[in-house]
Design a protein. Structure first.
Lengths: 315, 317
């Protein structure tokens, strides 16, 4: 065993004291073990959260730290909630959220169901499919602007090859209404593997004897799929949807670099708008209220969803 | 699980269905890997090749992207350019071929190093704190245990930009803006919730009897933790560490808002690599390749732990 400073320190302390330290009660150990984590969370999660709440009642602007700070009560909240732009952004976010979830669930479940046939090499393919979700969304999102270039990009070229639509006649990121779908495509490409992995865990948790019993009862494959496979995978699938939902409600990096909210405000998700308000327009008080409203929304929706999920699990 | 089903079992899929499934999955894999292949191949294209239409699948490989990634270049007047001595090195030659001269090194190396320091620093800290907390949550009656775990998870629901507002102000006051320490602490705080959650699951799986036996043998609680629990939890700790590292490595929102000069990591830097008339795509692709490739290799080598960790972290509840 190598000598650590702690060992040396332990030998240097008088036996009575060292016994006291080394023979700490379980209760004391529990607190010593948990304290640093609690401290870090208090300092970097809770304290800032309280500060955000405080700021949300003021007209503070972070780029003018010396200006007089006025208490404005609920005015910021009122202004956020009555702002038409913000409701438009919520709609944009909802569109992004719903379609990414639909695509990822359909493709992810299908892939998991196919991979569960256990053909040769399925684990290698699983690993390769998972690659996109491990990569930096910012770096990859930035590169997708290149793939989406109307004049030179790979995507437009492939579309021209398959459908005959001239590549320079449409722009995935430009005006024309395609941009909201472009971000859905990239997110689906990145995160379908996540839904797939969770579904795969669900499928593998179904014991074979259930299918064997169904087989003895002469249940058709179709019926087995709808009465065994789907209900048993459903809790897993719902969990995957919860995680994707929370993540995509927060979505910032990939979309910030792919479209930056444009063209116009077509892909202006709430997180990107919040960044503009807080760090470009420097309306700190207003954007704090905005942030709190977003947090309460996610938290509320997630809680309702978890209740529904628990009901499904109990069945 | 798979050893339960044998080849004559009624639940074993038929050979035909295996073939069909295999072909569909291979097709999906090829399509999904295409953008990644494109990133890597664009890194080896010359500027004109990278923006030619139709896109070039076969091209003469060039190191222009990599040279541009690591250098800054300037254009000089034509007569001055003619008067220059012949290029000394192969990379001088590549820059000269673009009609420019090397002005100095770029900041990519520094940014990459920052990513390494902040990534590994925050991972080490998350694992140290997370393992201790997870052990306490797993073995002792900590008051408010359930609330605490729920709280830890709910911190992940906050959009990063919302968290960044007060952190930005706090770091400005404390002088932690744009420092390695500030970013390490921040990433640790973000990661620790997942780390505790995952690690508690791994430690829950280790039978308590092992430690109890050690305690009876005269070990203190701390010794039992160090000599019995830690070795048993090693694989779990390793896979948790991978998740923390990947998060810190890939993170963009905090990095772009809280760092600008000294502590900036690679993700906010790579999209700012520009050449003549917009982004220098071969250089961007070269930077992206160097940045993404370690994660890809990691994923393939450590697939067992990684895939298990993803499902384990999400499914256990």
């Amino acid at each position: 065993m190598t000598q650590t400073p702690i060992d040396r320190l332990a030998r240097a302390t008088p036996p009575s004291l060292s016994r006291k330290v080394r023979g700490l009660s379980d209760r004391a150990i529990a607190w010593i073990f948990v304290a640093p984590t609690i401290f870090l969370l208090l300092a970097i999660n809770i304290f800032p959260l309280i500060w955000t709440v405080r700021l949300s009642f003021t007209n503070y602007a972070a780029n003018k730290p010396n200006a007089e700070v006025k208490w404005v009560g609920l005015r910021n909240y009122e202004r956020v909630l009555t702002d038409d732009g913000i409701w438009a952004n919520m709609t944009t976010t909802a569109h992004f959220l719903i379609w990414t979830i639909v695509f990822q669930v359909v493709i992810g479940f299908t892939l998991a169901w196919l991979i569960n046939r256990k053909f040769k090499g399925n684990d290698l393919l699983t690993t390769l499919i998972v690659l996109p979700m491990m990569l930096s969304p910012a770096v990859v999102g930035n590169f997708w602007t290149f793939l989406y270039q109307p004049q030179i990009g790979l995507i437009n070229y492939v579309v021209e090859l398959i459908t005959g639509t001239p590549a320079s006649s449409f722009s995935m990121l430009g005006p024309g209404g395609l941009a909201p779908w472009s971000i859905v495509i990239v997110d689906t490409w990145m995160w379908t593997p996540f839904v797939m992995l969770i579904c795969l865990a669900g499928l593998r948790s179904i014991p074979d004897y259930i299918y064997e019993a169904a087989e003895i009862d002469r249940a058709s494959k179709w019926r087995q799929f709808w009465t065994i496979t789907v209900p048993m995978v459903l809790p897993f699938l719902m969990l995957a949807v919860l995680f994707r939902g929370i993540e995509n409600f927060k979505m910032f990096d990939m979309v910030a670099l792919l479209t930056g909210g444009g063209p116009g405000n077509e892909t202006l998700l709430t997180s990107i708008d919040l960044k503009r308000e807080a760090f470009e327009k420097w309306r700190t008080g207003y954007s704090s209220a905005y942030a709190i409203i977003l947090f309460v929304t996610v938290f509320g929706l997630a809680s309702i969803y978890v209740k529904a999920l628990n009901k499904v699990k109990e069945r | 699980m798979s050893n339960l089903s044998s080849s004559w079992s009624v639940t074993e899929p038929s050979n035909l269905s295996k073939w069909v499934a295999g072909i569909v999955v291979v097709a999906y894999t090829v399509i999904t890997l295409l953008p990644l292949v494109w990133i890597i191949s664009t890194g080896f294209k010359s500027g004109p090749d990278s923006i030619s239409y139709p896109p070039k699948v076969l091209f003469e490989p060039s190191l222009e992207g990599y040279v541009n990634l690591f250098t800054t270049r300037t254009r000089v007047a034509a007569e001055e350019f003619q008067a220059l001595p012949p290029p000394e090195t192969w990379y001088d030659q590549i820059v000269r071929d673009q009609g420019m001269v090397i002005a100095g090194p770029s900041r990519f190396g520094e940014r990459f190093l920052n990513s390494v320091i902040i990534g590994f620093g925050s991972t080490a800290l998350s694992i140290l704190l997370g393992t201790l907390a997870a052990y306490a949550f797993s073995r002792f009656k900590v008051p408010l245990k359930d609330d605490l775990l729920f709280f830890i998870l709910s911190t992940r629901m906050m959009p990063p930009i919302a968290v960044a507002i007060p952190i930005y102000l706090m770091y400005r006051e404390l002088g932690l803006s744009d420092t390695h320490l500030g970013m390490i602490l921040l990433y640790t705080a973000v990661n620790i919730s997942l780390a505790v959650w995952l690690l508690k699951g791994f430690i829950d799986e280790i039978p308590r009897e092992y430690e109890e036996a050690a305690l009876i043998d005269g070990y203190t609680r701390f010794q039992a933790f160090r000599k019995v629990v830690l070795p048993q939890a090693a694989t779990g700790i390793a896979s948790t560490a991978i998740f923390c590292l990947i998060f810190a490595w890939n993170e963009y929102a905090f990095a772009v808002l809280l760092t600008s000069g000294t502590a900036q990591t690679a993700p906010p830097f790579i999209p700012t690599i520009i050449g003549v008339g917009g982004q220098d795509w071969p250089a961007v692709a070269a930077g992206a390749t160097l940045f993404l490739l370690p994660v890809m290799i990691f994923t393939i080598l450590l697939r067992k732990h990684l895939l298990r960790g993803i499902t384990f972290g999400a499914v256990r509840k």
